[in-house]
Design a protein around this ligand. Sequence first.
Ligand code: ZN
Ligand code: ZN
Length: 198
Amino acid sequence: MGFFAPEFTDAPLNGLLTSAGATVINGIWGVALLRYARKVRSPALRADAKHLFTDVVSTAGVLIGLVLVVVTGWAVLDPLLAAFVALNILWSGWGVIRESVGGLMDVATPPSTLTTIREVIAGNADGALEAHDIRTRQAGKLTFIEFHLVVPGAMSVDDAHNICDRVEAELRKAVEDVQVTIHVEPEDKAKHSGIVVV
Ligand code: ZN
Ligand code: ZN
């Protein structure tokens, strides 16, 4: 087939029906996955569901095109359809490459997550005085958080550790797949420019 010598596609009904059936099942599965992703608040699952929907939409496009070719006998649709399928494959391939490269490289943490992190630290570090030098980075699904926590110099290691555990636990609840490293410091290391927690 080609743009200059289009020939009529003899689309077998069986193949069409199988594709249509698979697309309907994928669509239903996509809806279920999206609902579950929302329920457990998983961005990764939501991305999977979106990917599934993209496939469903493009397959539906191809199927509608095939039906049009068969019904109208308009053979010029055939190469157009082939071009559409090729573009769709290129587009999906690009998505896969982008996702895996993004998984290898560190990217900036979204501002909304940064705000959440600051709020969680400020709201759960009772007993500490200040948090500063907060650094975050994303690698794939993981978010790494590092910061300095200033506590009264006379505070026991036990008490300081309890604060750290509490903040870590709350950060784990608020941000998905998080790795927290806290550097505890005595009062005189306070910068007075970080998050005040008392
Ligand atoms: Zn410091
Ligand atoms: Zn610990």
